[in-house]
Design a protein around this ligand. Structure first.
Ligand SMILES: *Cc1c(COP(=O)(O)O)cnc(C)c1O
Length: 446
């Protein structure tokens, strides 16, 4: 995009001026529709999510054997849900406002295997690929006990195939660890901002880590090019993969059961707001799809992005989706929030989900750190910066009369649940976590 085109765009969409000035802001999409109207645009159905869910169930005996921390949930990879009353009180004080309703947290940081939301989509895609290969070779049938995949025979079989992915870090961890466990040869193409400990961890699992001096998009492109040359190589396409998306979507039915178990109502009189940190969009998009499918119009999904990387807000707001990047506006895409440093959103997710998302917020890096420190002090939860991005969402929602009126939510706020999706942090080494907490102290003093 040239300078003149950018100027025109800013004229047409004044909100972009605020994005460019890096102000934390919210935008509530006036074009959202009800679930039934929006569903055809997604291009996927209940049945697709059901398939993914059943696949994860088939692999449960395999996980029980290979990842002991999944045994407590019988081989199902799922994260805890809990209320955060102390954090809610601290937030009300920090933002000097009342926060009616109940704040809760979904602790994807504690997901087994890779300690982030990527343990949903990333792992599902590797399993789907492995299952397809083994079925086609006549080595496996749907009724088998899948724990048999944990054998030298299967590892030798999968060892003939390769898996490749481009990643800022957490997706690489999920794909890398899962693929290596099954026996695949796996390459993770990583951007320059990826953390050293993630590269080290992957190499310790025998993963081939390829490093680039450039950002995430370039790492993905190079990974894609290399994989395309090799018919035995499957490329995990973070921007366009429906397998990833469906793996994330299974979260919807799982969350429903957790609410039932904890006696928490979600219905027309008890709305659920969910705040999802967004990078390229697949994780939050897939989870939001699963939530919409499960809770229909009673769930309200809000995406959260760093002020330096508001790619999904930009794509949906302008309708340009993946035809525009934050760099086109002169925004630098440099953020401490691993996984959210994405300049160009997935066109697939933006187009599929734009009618189903209530809104978008942005947050500064310093605020994520501050909230990281608060979350540790009030709830003793250790998260990575990205996982805090959605926390101020509740404040934006409650402050926006126009949105609450339009959606007829005002009278229901005392009954509402506000769920922060805490997307990662479980694998962060102790010394790295201590650095995060030190930084939280520093920004708290400024
Ligand atoms: C990847 C990631 C996200 C966002 O997921 P996308 O699919 O890139 O939108 C959010 N938080 C963490 C910790 C992540 O690793």
């Amino acid at each position: 995009m040239n300078k003149q085109q950018v100027e025109q765009l800013v004229n047409e969409f004044p909100l972009l001026q605020n994005l460019i000035s890096l102000k934390p802001l919210s935008w509530f999409n006036p074009n959202i529709t009800d679930y039934v109207t929006a569903l055809p645009y997604v291009g996927l159905t209940d049945k697709d999510v059901q398939d993914a869910s059943e696949r994860l169930q088939r692999f449960a005996p395999f996980f029980c054997r290979t990842f002991p921390d999944t045994r407590a949930t019988n081989g199902i990879i799922e994260s805890p849900l809990q209320a955060i009353p102390a954090m809610q009180a601290a937030l009300a004080e920090r933002y000097e406002c009342e926060l009616p309703g109940q704040m809760m947290i979904k602790l994807d940081a504690l997901l087994p295997i890779s300690g982030s939301i990527k343990a949903r989509g990333g792992i599902h895609e590797v399993l789907q690929h492995a299952e397809k290969l083994a079925l086609a070779a006549g080595l496996l049938s749907f009724d088998d006990d899948y724990s048999k995949l944990d054998s030298d025979e299967f590892r030798a079989f999968f060892g003939k195939y390769k898996i490749a992915v481009g990643s800022t870090g957490n997706l690489g961890l999920s794909i890398g660890i899962m693929s290596a466990t099954l026996g695949f040869k796996v390459s993770v193409h990583m951007s320059s901002d990826a953390r050293q400990w993630k590269k080290d961890k992957l190499r310790s699992h025998g993963v081939n880590v390829v490093e680039y001096e450039f950002d995430y998009s370039i790492a993905v492109e190079r990974g894609r090019e290399e994989a395309l040359k090799d018919p035995f190589c499957h490329f995990v396409d973070d921007e366009n993969s429906t397998s990833l998306f469906l793996g994330y979507a299974v979260a919807g039915e799982r969350l429903k059961q957790q609410f039932i178990d904890q006696g928490i109502l979600v219905d027309a009189e008890h709305p659920l707001f969910v705040y999802l940190p967004c990078g390229v969009g697949g994780g939050p998009g897939g989870v939001a799809f699963g939530l919409k499918q499960t809770f229909g119009d009673n769930v309200h999904c809000i995406f959260a992005e760093p002020t330096q990387s508001p790619c999904m807000l930009l794509g949906v707001h302008t309708g340009l989706h993946d035809k525009i990047s934050v760099q086109d506006l002169g925004i630098d895409n440099i953020t401490a929030a691993d996984g959210l440093a994405v300049g160009r959103a997935s066109g697939f997710v933006g187009r599929a989900m734009e009618r189903l998302l209530d809104g978008y917020i942005t947050i500064k890096d310093d605020e994520m750190y501050k909230l990281l420190g608060m979350m540790y002090k009030t709830e003793q939860l250790k998260l990575e910066p990205s996982a805090l991005a959605g926390v101020p969402g509740i404040v934006h929602v409650l402050a926006n009369d126009a949105y609450l009126d339009r959606m007829q939510l005002k009278s229901k706020l005392a009954n509402a649940t506000h769920l922060v999706w805490a997307t990662g942090g479980g694998m962060v080494p102790t010394d790295e976590m201590n650095k995060y907490l030190e930084r939280a102290e520093l920004v708290g003093l400024s």
